[in-house]
Design a binder for this molecule. Structure first.
Ligand code: SF4
Length: 341
């Protein structure tokens, strides 16, 4: 099958995410990365994450291997911002929760609710001692994040796209929530890549991609190396403690979400939805439109949506539930495998 056209931002972003699993860090020996080199730090890749004001296209979390193994003991789901203080500060021995946990700065009844949720998920233990709720940790919450990398994707850098991107990258450099900020764009093959001629902050790195053969560990070229930012110091927008809190939340959300969650936001249950191979990755394609659809158009309001015929679900389809559920199960299995690398 020919490589599907990957000119939509959505499919470009998915191929960048898959490349990051195969080829991060850029500029290394891609054949090692493709082979799963033991030297490369394990990475968790996610997409469309960030803060209320700023959403990053692709996030790469470089992980401490022992820390990541310890994080797995807490299960696959994100530990959200309410649960995280409980899980991180739960003591080794039974203690009254108000003595053990830091003052939340909001009413303690919300903390009690979080304790009940954390205990129901098996993240901490709780017991009643008279009128008091006591908590105890089951295991220490690890420092599993080594570095956070933010990548902004723009396959075609026309002038207006470049102007908008420039503001976003400036913001990312100023806030320094990530350790590195990159721009990912399509490779033109020109003597000087157009991305280098635009007014981007010099602290942002530039990666150019050739996905004509789909995605591989060596699909990226480093055209400009980024500066290492300082996520541990105060920036104009956040103090160091707030940055550390936000980084933990971003990492947790990335861990739970991964990048294959598009199966939950698009319509694999549509008869026209297909997954097409693109090198060592796959991208969704729409047989009705004859191209890679965008994430926004592949939704409830799509005028071409048609449910899978019922007989697809029963007529010898090898995976229970029909092709749509097969796609979702396949992506979920790969999402789980990505956490275990
Ligand atoms: S027809 Fe619409 S809903 Fe169905 S796969 Fe194509 S874009 Fe998605």
């Amino acid at each position: 099958m020919p490589t599907p056209a990957t000119d939509s931002e959505f499919s470009f972003e998915l191929l960048v995410c898959r490349w990051a699993e195969l080829g991060w860090p850029p500029g290394g020996d891609a054949s090692d990365a493709d082979a799963g080199s033991d030297d490369a730090a394990p990475v968790i890749v996610s997409r469309q994450l960030g803060t209320k004001k700023r959403r990053w296209d692709t996030i790469v979390i470089e992980c401490d291997p022992a820390g990541l193994a310890a994080r797995r003991e807490f299960g696959d789901r994100t530990i959200d911002g309410d649960l995280l203080p409980v899980v991180r500060h739960a003591p080794a021995e039974w203690a009254y929760y108000r003595d053990a946990l830091p003052d939340p700065g909001y009413p303690w009844r919300y903390v009690r609710e979080a304790i009940h949720r954390a205990a129901a998920r098996g993240l901490v233990e709780k017991r009643k001692n008279g009128n008091r709720i006591e908590i105890r940790r089951k295991r220490p919450y690890p420092d599993w994040v080594s570095r956070i990398i933010a990548i902004e994707n723009k396959p075609d850098l026309d002038a207006s796209a470049a102007a908008a991107l420039s503001d976003q990258l400036e913001h990312d450099v100023d806030t320094a929530l990530a350790d590195e900020v990159w721009l990912a764009t399509g490779r033109t093959g020109e003597r000087v890549e157009p991305a280098l001629l635009r007014q981007f902050p010099v602290e942002a790195g530039v990666l150019t991609f050739d996905f004509s053969d789909g995605t591989h560990g060596d699909a990226a070229t480093v055209d400009w190396l980024p500066s290492t930012l300082d996520p541990e110091s105060d920036s104009g927008r956040f103090d160091a403690a707030e940055k550390a809190r936000r980084r933990r939340l971003i990492a947790e959300r990335a861990y739970g979400k991964g990048w294959r969650s598009f199966a939950e936001t698009t319509r694999p249950d549509c008869r026209w939805f297909e997954l097409a191979r693109a090198g060592r990755g796959t991208v969704p394609t729409c047989a009705a439109k004859g191209r890679c659809q965008s994430e926004a158009e592949c939704g409830r309001r799509c005028g071409s949506f048609e449910p899978e015929p019922p007989q697809w679900r029963t007529n010898g389809w090898p995976i229970d539930g029909g092709p749509g559920q097969g796609v979702q199960q396949l992506l979920e299995r790969r999402r789980e495998r990505a956490r275990e690398r």
